[in-house]
Design a protein around this ligand. Structure first.
Ligand code: FMN
Length: 432
């Protein structure tokens, strides 16, 4: 049974195959191809050498409206991770999949398969999708509204959990004497009859090594936080400041307690794009160079899509206009408008940041600067770990592994090696 080390940082690699920063690909010495499995294996092996907990693959069921090279065309996450599962040994493999446009039976089966193939390293980033472009790829004109998407997600998870639990451990005991292969009373139908789903079960795959994948969620709206409190084991967020992160962290953990769960069994990991340099000057110069390569028209288009309003009518060097919270990605809109207010950003400046880091926090500095920041967030209750978004792939990942991880280790904040066989145990989560 795993014992969670106290105050140990969990690290996820948020994989954008050609970099998180919109212009990162223009500065790499060796440009990878996002749909080339050998490139993804190379990245996964680097992350595993660094002992990252998670190799995390985001997804959307439409091509990138922003024409970003990392997301315009990509491999389907579960398919990609199945290939990575047999080319890695210890790192957790997390795939994003939407509850709005799939069925619980298919999803339970796919993730159980990945957990079997990876021998207990699968995780599912449960998302509800938010863009109209996605709806239009699934025979609808528009998305179901925000509350409806979350109601479906809740029942979806209830059904997948029942399906996974339908197969108990020890259900397969081939007995050549009796001719019995399965132990029948360890395999149960679920007969779910709910508002959105009617599913008989049982699942057509045996119980996987972790029992079920580790459940990740990343919705920060009130509905998103409530669902995460009840069902998530890892929570991704996009907090811009320590104060904001602490507020989120406290609120989310309080809700976990209110839902009757142990707050130590829910790992909160804000996203961060570290710009790592061997010196502070080198890091600053790189950050500047990246930003001078941002196309402001593209940035403004991205921001308009995020905010569901046309921003081209506003003066670029004026303030960021007030944006009503709509039916889309509520938390990211709020994060960006709050950041603009706090840092007094013009619309042009916010567009550059939005295009550059896509709304995530940026730390520019040396390994010591980055480790200082992580240590502070960890100690002050802002995070249990971080989702690392290298701006340039793979140079910024390489520097993170070469410089930042050893610095975290020197401070006793990061383990030397994977300690357990399964992802759930390595994250300090209880076995099922
Ligand atoms: C770090 C992070 C990664 C995310 N990755 C994805 C993703 O790959 N695909 C997706 O559809 N949504 C992704 N999201 C969005 C959330 O899952 C969620 O759908 C969104 O925040 C809207 O929900 P909300 O209104 O409850 O905040 C991500 C969010 C965060 C913070």
């Amino acid at each position: 049974m795993a014992t969670a080390q106290t105050q140990r940082i969990r690290l996820g690699l948020f994989v954008q195959p050609v970099g998180q920063h919109v212009s990162g690909w223009r500065l790499t010495e060796k440009l990878g191809d996002p749909t080339d499995i050998d490139w993804l294996i190379t990245i996964a092996k680097k992350a595993e050498a660094g002992k990252f907990d998670l190799f995390f693959v985001g997804d959307a069921l439409a091509t990138s409206m922003y024409r970003l090279p990392s997301t315009m065309a990509r491999l389907e996450p579960l398919t990609m991770l199945s290939a990575l599962a047999v080319n890695t040994k210890r790192i957790g493999l997390a795939a994003t999949a939407s509850t709005t446009f799939s069925d619980p039976f298919t999803m339970a089966r796919s993730f159980s398969s990945l957990d079997h193939i990876s021998r207990g390293r699968a995780a599912w980033n449960v998302v509800t999708s938010f863009s109209t472009d996605v709806a239009r790829n699934f025979s609808r004109n528009d998305m179901p509204n925000h509350a409806e998407r979350y109601a479906r997600a809740r029942e979806f998870l209830e059904v997948t959990n029942k399906l996974w639990e339908g197969w108990e451990a020890g259900a397969v005991q081939p007995n050549k004497e009796t001719g019995e292969y399965f132990v029948n009373d360890k395999i149960k139908s679920i007969d779910h009859d709910g508002e959105h789903f009617q599913v008989q079960g049982p699942l057509n795959i045996t119980r996987s090594p972790q029992g079920r994948p580790v459940i990740i969620e990343a919705g920060s709206s009130a509905d998103g936080q409530k669902l995460a409190a009840e069902t998530a084991e890892v929570i991704f967020t996009a907090a811009a400041s320590l104060e904001e992160a602490q507020t989120f962290y406290r609120s989310q953990k309080d809700q976990v307690i209110a839902a009757g769960r142990n707050p130590d069994h829910v790992v909160i990991m804000p996203g961060v794009m570290p710009i790592v340099g061997r010196t502070r000057e080198e890091a600053k110069a790189l950050w500047k160079e990246l930003n001078t390569l941002v196309d402001i028209d593209n940035g403004l288009r991205q921001l308009s899509l995020r905010f569901s309003m046309d921003l081209s009518q506003y003066p670029l060097d004026g303030p960021v206009p007030e944006v009503p919270l709509g039916e889309g990605n509520q938390s990211r809109v709020k994060l960006m408008t709050d950041m603009a207010k706090r840092e007094n950003l013009t619309l042009r400046e916010l567009a550059a940041v939005a295009a550059g880091s896509r709304g995530h926090r940026v730390i520019v500095g040396t390994a010591e600067d980055i480790a200082d920041d992580f240590e502070l967030w960890l100690k002050e209750g802002g995070a249990d770990g971080f989702n690392i978004m290298p701006a340039i792939m793979s140079e910024q990942l390489d520097l993170f592994v070469e410089l930042v991880i050893p610095e975290l280790r020197r401070r006793g904040l990061f383990r030397d090696d994977y300690e357990f066989a399964t992802l759930r145990e390595n994250l300090g989560l209880p076995a099922l």
